[in-house]
Structure formats: structure tokens, C-alpha cells
Design a protein around this ligand. Sequence first.
Ligand code: SPV
Ligand code: MG
Length: 293
Amino acid sequence: SSGSSLSQILRDEICSNSALSFLMEAHDALSGAIAKRAGFKSLWASGLSIASSLGYRDANEASWSQLVDVVERIVDSTELPVLVDGDGGFGNFNNARLLARKLHQRRAAGIALEDSCFPKINSFVGDRHPLADVNEFSGRLRAVKDTVADDLVLVARTEALIAGQGMDEAILRASAYAAAGADAILIHSSKTTAEEVLSFAAAWQHRLPVVIVPTKYYRTPVSAYRDAGISTVIWANHSMRSAIAAMMNVCGRIIAEESIAGIEPDIARLDEVFDLLRYDELADAEMRYLHLP
Ligand code: SPV
Ligand code: MG
């Protein structure tokens, strides 16, 4: 099916292809279409961005079924491989494997699961990030692997550095997750330099591909990641944050100016909206199918 081929494309990007890969955040089908138009080959369905667009906190306030519905729109509309942020899997092994099966049914290409406890809180919020027990979390990964096999790329994310548990704990956990069947390791860090993730990569020695999320250490050039042999970079929330900045600006100006005249040159033209969402295809289809009396 085309579902398994999207998964195969993502697997090649993350696991086979030695070039550095980039996943762009999408939180709905429109942001997915914009990323595709820009040239991104794969997407990150960000938990933070999807929650924000729904008006929820990134604290497992949105349900797994709401996540699956958003992912279905992104995949169906873009036909791009989507790595889905599955948080901790919404519970124990049973909830995690149910989520993975549903995401596979909606043609997601991969799932990232993090070793947090339910309910999680965004890694950059506050300082309480209790880690799941390493064996319990490994069970979640094994259950997912046994349910979806290789039809979904399984990215195991450790929050050991976020939780302040240190490099040894991060390596220990990544090793356990590799043994449990993960296809790649996502190492997350809240530091403002890449030092921590680069020392993880050096110690890890390519035992599985490494995925990073440089939201806080955004100044580091990607050449540093190429040199370190990192597999994949996730630009995790930048469409959502740019949308917030743009909408705040426009709403502020319209209310202050009591006019839309000034902002017209600064917003997308309607023909850009129609172009992004392929209104031309509908016109073509009408020519073929619509019998006009
Ligand atoms: C997300 O995009 O939801 C992520 C990345 O998980 S972060 O917000 O950095 O934790
Ligand atoms: Mg997340």
C-alpha cells in the first residue's frame, strides 16, 4: 500500500540514507502543504504544535484520537511521510500499541515515543520531568514493535538529559531502547548549545541513527551535525510559532487601524490559498466529471 511506502521513505531518510535529513513541523494539513511547497520531503507532526493549534497545553490534554485525526488530514492532504510525536504513548504498553496501530491505519510513516510519565508536560516547561522506569518504557517499545513491525518507523526518545539525569543515564536508556527494537534514538536537550547532544552522539557511536531537536540550541550550524554523523534534524515548532507571530501582528494592526488596507501586501493572496490547496485540480475534475445541463 502507499502507507507502507511512505514508511519506507521515512525509514530510508532516517536509517539508511547517510545524508543529514530534515523534518519540518506540521500541525494541520495547511502547514503541511506549505512545508511541502517549500521543498521538505518529510514532516514532524509535533505534539506541541498540534496541541497549540487546538488550544490545548502540551500536557496530554488533547486525546490520542484527536492526534490521530489531525495526522490523518496531514497525511491524506500532503502524501508526505509523517513522523508523529506520540508523546509517551498515552499510557502504558497497551495504550502505546493502540496508538501505533491507529497511526498506521491512517498511513503515518513513523512514531516517536518518549520515556515520560502520563500526563507528560512539554520538555521546556518547568523543571519536573519524571522519567518512566526504563524496563516499563522498553515494554511500551516492544509492544509497539510487535504490533506494527516495520510498517511504522519507531523512534525512541529519551528525556534523560531534560530530566537532569546525565549522560550515562541517557546512554543506558538509549541502549535499552535499541535492544527493545527502536529504529532510531531521539536525544533531547534544553541546553542553548549543542554540546550535550554532540557528546551523546560521540559516546553513542552510531549504534542506531540519532535524531535531534535543536529548538533551544538554534544557533549551531547544521554542518556540526553532519560532522557528528547525526541522522535527522527536526525543526519542531517553527510553522506554529511563525503563524502566531503573523496572526498577532495582523490582529493588532486591524484593531488599531480599523482597516485592512494596510495589511493587504503583508498577507497571503487568495490565489496563493487556492494554489496551495489545488483548486486547479477541482476545476480539471469538473471538466471531466460534472455534467452541466
Ligand atoms: C514537539 O514538537 O512536540 C516536541 C519537541 O516534542 S519539544 O517541544 O521540543 O519537546
Ligand atoms: Mg512533543
